[in-house]
Design a protein around this ligand. Structure first.
Ligand code: FE2
Ligand code: FE2
Length: 228
């Protein structure tokens, strides 16, 4: 994996901190590094991107993921808590307070559901890069890793409206994770990602990755139904 070759010791220290905090398969350090790579790719196409903000934001964006996943109250939002945790980590590493504020803003706005809109180019790039990592071949692999974790079936060809009624709450939350599947996740959520992205490059990559996923799930359905 082509990653982090130009990072100085400060970023290596961040990487070690992130590695310690993230233990889940689909949100592990590899996800962080893929998002970092995508951020660098998207940044190449944009003007005035401050890498001093973008790189730490990419490395720390899911730092509170485990806290959210282990929170039985359902109240922890890893984007909001993550911004706070990142602030403390960066403060301890002697980052400039003004840069810390900008990094925290990127982390807070990296998630759909948190209610903060990315309003700087660094925040938009991080948002887009994070979303791209649930699409394409990586997206398929991640969906099945999560499916395995939650005891899901490999495939379910229930009509979408029936499924929505049966297992999806008003806020889009899946009621029973064991009834969910990768193809339903694709139909319900992943397909809609391109329209929510900010940068042109990310939209272009997303369209390509969605096309690939369409083909994959079509072949999967065919094979499940006994075709060659
Ligand atoms: Fe996240
Ligand atoms: Fe993420």
């Amino acid at each position: 994996m082509k990653i982090l070759d130009n990072l100085d010791n400060r970023y290596q220290a961040l990487q070690e901190i992130v590695k310690k905090e993230l233990s889940y398969a689909a949100h592990d350090l590899d996800h962080i590094l893929r998002v970092y790579n995508l951020c660098m790719l998207l940044a190449e196409e944009e003007r005035d991107v401050d890498l001093e903000v973008l790189i730490p934001a990419a490395l720390l964006h899911d730092i509170a993921r485990r806290d959210e996943d282990e929170d039985i109250t359902g109240e922890i939002d890893h984007a909001v808590l993550g911004a706070e945790m990142a602030g403390r980590i960066l403060h301890d590493l002697d980052y400039d307070p003004e840069i810390i504020v900008r990094i925290k803003d990127c982390i807070k706005a990296h998630r759909f559901r948190s209610g903060f809109t990315p309003d700087t180019i660094e925040a938009k790039i991080l948002f887009d890069a994070d979303k791209l990592d649930v699409l394409g071949a990586v997206g398929i692999a991640r969906s099945f890793m999560l499916a395995g974790e939650h005891g899901e079936k490999m495939h379910n060809d229930i009509p979408l409206d029936e499924y929505l009624e049966e297992n999806v709450g008003p806020n889009g939350r899946i009621k029973d994770a064991s009834k969910h599947t990768a193809n339903l996740e694709f139909e319900l959520k992943l397909k809609k990602i391109p329209e929510r992205l900010f940068t042109d490059k990310a939209k272009q990559i997303a369209a390509h990755r969605i096309q690939y996923m369409e083909t994959f799930f079509k072949i999967l359905v065919g094979e499940v139904n006994g075709q060659r």
